[in-house]
Structure formats: structure tokens, C-alpha cells
Write a new protein. Sequence first.
Length: 355
Amino acid sequence: MNSNATLPNIADIIAGHAVFRDDMPVWEGFFGDEQWPFFKPDSPFFRGNLTSSISWNDFIEGRGNTHPNSIPRSAYELCLTPEIVSDLKIVAVIYGQFPKLIKHSHATTDGKLAPITVKARIDILAKILSLAILHAKERRNLDITRMSDISLSLLKEVVPTYPGRSSELKRALKLLSDPMVQRNLSAPLQWGQPDIEKSSIAWQPPPEIVGIPTLSDSQFLFLLEHCKAAIANFKAAAGLVAHDSECQSLSGLSDWFNKPNAACAIDAYYKSEKTDSSTFLKKFGYTRREIRDLICDAHTSAMVLILLLTGMRRSEIQFLMRNCLIEEFGYCFLRSKVVKHRPRDTPISEGWLAM
């Protein structure tokens, strides 16, 4: 997809005359869509529709309407209006496609921002603007339909109620009030960047952050043993050879060893054989859930095992492709690539020592 096909030019954005057409491509979607996917489903970066896209309708109807599984993950009541969402889309395009026009933003080597960074800022703005809408209705009996309806005094009242990090909220509000952004909104805000810096806004003190402690030896060994057992169970059920000597022993002792029809059930599950649960149980002797749990546990354990023994990041393990295990200089390596602070199209070239 040509992301520059109908993007407004920089001169129009600077002048505040930019036109944002509904058919303008944005990442893997279009400006007028209710959802902007970041990646195609077959991309190694794709992590599901919820994580790998901005769902604009969620900001209006509340998260959970388009992604029901996300309801427990949301501690915020989202209630934006379509007019506010239209302006937020403009913010997202300018911030993501023209970050060099925004003060203090950090573009990648291609002059743009990673979609996940844009999503994070937009999410924060959706939360604080929803708080403003609710506060105005409850305390002032005032209906907010546009961003320009939000006064500085209202903003000052809701900022202290924001439950997230004040530093992130301040960066998001600076983005929204940036002169380059304001010129292109449907109407100018009642406040600007200098107002965000005023001491009269009661920013909450930063929370005391305690990092995740290093695994203890007993925790490490517990995870290691669990992962090996899960992989051994899967290989025993599927009739596959376990190359690790310890996994070979575990496979022979597994409850799944030499179980009739287990391999056929796994094969049918992978091929998405269209049989209902009762028919599947009658045909193979196992429920779909049993086979699914067996596969998922082995799959997760294989990834955890690699993370434990190599120190790879989650973003790096995504690029472990088939036949990624290679032998060079008498050692075995897992071939992938470093993603952090690198262009997305960096070729797979690094190797992690495989134990």
C-alpha cells in the first residue's frame, strides 16, 4: 500500500489547510475506516486486532463493543463523540506521518513514527477527553461534543483525576495542543501548549515504580521443567522425535505416550476439521479442548524456553522462522533480528547462541 498516495503535503499542514480524505491510506487501512490496522495478519509484527490497530469506534461506544475480550482490560469509561474522534484521527495522521513537524517528537529513520507509539498517545487522549465529557455533564450539566468545547478550567479539574502517569498525560496533551496540530483541527482549542506547563495544573506525582525482579533459581528451574514436560507431552502425543535427552526420557514417561489416535486428533485440530465437539470426541477419543490445551501449552513453553535460555526480547522471537536453527563455527545459533531502535525492514541477520 502506498502510504503517501493521498497524504496532505507538508506545506498545507503548516498552513492549516490540509485535507484529510476518507479514502486516504493510513497504514493498512483508510482514514474513513472505523479501524486502522497497523500490519497485515500474516506480518510477524501482528499481535491480534486489539493490539495491532486503532479501533476508533471503541472510543465512542466504549472498549469492549468491538473487542468483547478487552472489557476486563479497560479501567476507563470511553464516551467520545464522532466529532472528537474525527479530530483525533487528524492528530494521529500528523503525529504518525509527519512527526518532524511536532516539537520534541522522535521520528524513525523513515521520518515517521511507529504505529504503536501513535496508538499509545491516542489512547491517553481518548481517556482524558472522556473524563472531561463525563465531568462536564455531572458537575456542570454541560454537553461536550467537540474538543473546542473543553475549557482550560475544565481541563484543570479533570487532570488530577486521571489514574495513569502524569508524565504520559502531559506529553499527550502537548501533542494535542501543538500549534501544528491545532491549525488542522475542526476548531482551535481553548488552551495551548503554554497552558499545559502552568503550575496551576495539579499534576499527580509520579508513582513509585518497582521493576520486575530477576527470577530466583527455583523459579527458573520450575519454568524450565514445566516447559520441557509440556514439549515432551506434545511430542509423545504427536509421535515426534525428542532430540533433547531429558525430553526423550520425559516423552517416554508421558501420559500421552503411545495414546491411540492422539496424533490423528492433533492433525485434525491443526487442519481445522469441521466437526463439532461431540463428534470430535467420538471420532478421536479426546475433546477439542484437550487437544487445544496440549498444543497451546507446548507452543507457549517452546517460546518461554527460548526466552529463558537466550535472553531474546519478545519482538525478536517473532522473527524466528522455520529452519532458523543454523550451525556456524561449530556452534548452533537461532537466527532472528534485533528490532528495537532499528528500521522495520532490517533483514534477519543476527544469531543467538542455542544451548
